[in-house]
Design a protein around this ligand. Structure first.
Ligand code: AMP
Ligand code: GLY
Length: 425
């Protein structure tokens, strides 16, 4: 079997790692693979965004299954293009990917489907938006409707901050087209959980819930990032919570998407928050989360490949929950100094030879091999995942391993999973 992975980051390294476990005899290909993926696959010198070239390449190289990691090619219609060529591909169509690529679409869908989420209004007019902020008061959340590389959500603690955010999006078009329309929604207070479901458009197989640590600083301080670490399982995501998520969030969303003519086949990511008023959806994504994938897939016992093939070939899944190994996984991101602001690249990375084992996996994100050296090539450089019988042991092992990795300016958060630690200590 010949499998192509589209994407170049930590999530894609984890997908490659898991699919290799599920199909040790398969041949793997990946678009512009990072330094950790490269030894595990045949590199394809085509950018993930170049849908036309990729679909042509996959057809002429007899690829049996293509797995798409990032949202941008999904939102641009990579799956529609591959399917038109008769190629088997795992991921939602362009229309179904609107659940992530348009927050207005996503919120309206939730309203239609009766999925619990924050109260909201959508605006493209600055004055109307400002008066809504005055009416609702702070704290309040302003979201650019389109894809904004994880930067389009501004949680505002004062009305002035909200006015500034609206001015930037609707007035100055700082986010370009993505910010021409905004969603303004009520602030939700509670703990966030990421729930991934593989779905054939109707039936869902729910993977083990995880939690992402998005702020750059310890104690959840400082700027938002793409994610500085994650862990799974999450003790507050009990079987009852997962069932509630399936019945009140995932299934009605799938029904509403199918009814709108855009059935969702692929990986639906529900970012939910556990509030005093029950579970509410913060956002949907149309793909695996990064860095949650780097903990969810090492914990997963069910074959991901079997689920993906069934969906890509138009088959029906048996609804349920994917099996996970006992214990816990914690992943700590090692990042470049300055991230999420500007940072330098090209630093030589040193990973001690004895660091990696069955229970410690270094997933590469922003790395590259150059002249026999491994160098940094991005803000989030590595995700160090440790597996252990308990959360506390996994968290300590992940932090200790991350601390042994060296490159100029390297830093990591030492408190990934601190909420879980408080519950368990
Ligand atoms: P997103 O880019 O959509 O993942 O949102 C970034 C982060 O903003 C989320 O992970 C939440 O921490 C926060 N956020 C988004 N919407 C809300 C909300 N309504 N209330 C509180 N926090 C929110
Ligand atoms: N970890 C958050 C995301 O992938 O959007």
């Amino acid at each position: 079997m010949r499998i192509l992975i589209v994407g170049t980051g930590g999530r894609e390294h984890a997908l490659l790692w898991k699919l290799r476990h599920d199909a040790p005899a398969a041949e793997f290909f990946a678009t512009q693979p990072n330094g950790g993926m490269e030894p595990l696959c045949t590199p394809v010198p085509i950018a993930p965004a170049d849908i036309e070239a990729l679909s042509g390449w996959a057809a002429s190289h007899h690829i049996d299954l293509t797995v798409v990691g990032p949202e941008a090619p999904l939102a641009a219609g990579i799956v529609d293009r591959f399917e038109k060529k008769g190629l088997s591909v795992f991921g939602p169509s362009k229309d179904a990917a609107r659940i992530e690529s348009s927050k207005v679409f996503s919120k309206d869908l939730m309203r239609t489907a009766g999925v619990p989420t924050a109260e909201y209004r959508t605006f493209s007019n600055l004055e109307g938006a400002r008066s809504w902020v005055r009416e609702r008061g702070a704290p309040i959340v302003i979201k650019a409707s389109g894809l904004a590389a994880g930067k389009g959500v501004i949680v505002c603690t004062t009305e002035d901050e909200a006015f500034d955010a609206l001015q930037a999006m609707l007035g100055d078009l700082t986010f370009g087209e993505a910010g021409r329309e905004v969603v303004i929604e009520d602030f939700l207070d509670g703990e966030e959980i990421s729930v991934f479901a593989v779905t054939d458009g109707t039936n869902a197989v729910v993977l083990q819930p995880s939690q992402d640590y998005k702020r750059v600083g310890e104690g959840d301080t400082g700027l938002n990032t793409g994610g500085m670490g994650a862990y799974a399982p999450v003790s507050i995501a009990t079987d009852e919570v997962v069932t509630e998520c399936r019945i009140r969030v995932i299934e009605p969303t799938l029904r509403a998407l199918a009814a709108s003519g855009a059935p969702f086949r692929g990986l639906l990511y529900a970012g939910v928050i556990s509030t005093s008023d029950g579970l509410k959806v913060i956002e949907f994504n149309c793909r695996f989360g990064d860095p949650e994938t780097q903990v969810v897939l090492p914990m997963m016992r069910t074959s991901l490949l079997e689920l993906m093939r069934t969906v890509a070939e138009g088959g029906a899944l048996t609804p349920g929950v994917a099996a996970a190994r006992p214990g816990a996984a914690v992943s700590t991101i090692v990042a470049s100094g300055g991230y999420p602001g500007s940072y330098e690249t090209g630093k030589t990375i040193s990973i001690p030879d004895d660091l990696e084992s069955d229970d410690c996996i270094v997933f590469h994100a922003g790395t590259r091999n150059e002249d026999g050296r491994l160098i940094t090539a991005g803000g989030r450089v590595l995700a160090v995942t440790a597996l252990a019988p308990t959360f506390l042991a996994a968290a300590d092992a992940s932090e200790a391993a991350a601390a042994r990795i060296e490159f100029g300016g390297a830093f990591h958060r030492k408190d990934i999973g601190w909420r879980e630690r408080l519950r368990q200590e």
